[in-house]
Design a protein around this ligand. Sequence first.
Ligand code: UDP
Length: 232
Amino acid sequence: MERVNLLGADIDTYNFDDAVEYAKSKRGQVVTINPEMLEYAQKNADFANIIKNAELVIPDGIGVQLGLKILGHNVKRIPGIEFAKRMLAEFEGHPVALIGAKPEIIQKTVENLKKEFSKLNLVYVQDGYFADTEKVLHETADTKPELVLAALGSPKQEEFIYALKNRLPQTLMIGVGGSFDVWSGVVERAPEIYQKLGLEWLYRTLKEPKRFKRIFPALPLFVLKVLKEKWS
Ligand code: UDP
């Protein structure tokens, strides 16, 4: 396995199964990275430091896969939502904490996951709209989960996990973005054809046009930056 640098951040190039095995044995923080996060890391040193110290950084989407390709690395993306689901299966019976999303969403997510994983052992469940972060960090650490999934959006989920790391050094913790929205059944995942083509972002943008303003300018700019890095 190789760690390759893309716009200042080191990204791991495991295939899906090897990433799963590595995460299970290594534990610590998993960052599922996308172009927006790389962009943010260039402006924010604290966030860049979190990525640098993560035990595993996986290329979540087609944007990062494309960026790596431009630099000559053929790496397959690992969708964070699939990686996290696999971890729930791997950790069946072990203590798990779920933190994030709106109250009704996390409630539905728990219901659905319990149906899917009969031995799911949830020791802590908390929605993502809390005021007292220290309290939630403390409560999470107290329940001693072996797996933490944080769905707080980025950079909040990465900061939250980073703050938990020294309190739970043997725990695997993954920032999972909008995964609970999908698992709850409230937000549908893009149809398979979009997934296969790596065009989930396009599907989501069509469904939710306000994302367009956020995502669309970011992608070409990201590609330009990578090209600049390649030629410099
Ligand atoms: N979220 C949260 N607390 C917050 C902000 C966001 O729990 O303070 C949740 C939000 O409800 C959603 C998830 O974080 O379930 C991801 O949000 P978004 O889609 O904006 O982030 P992305 O995955 O695009 O980074």
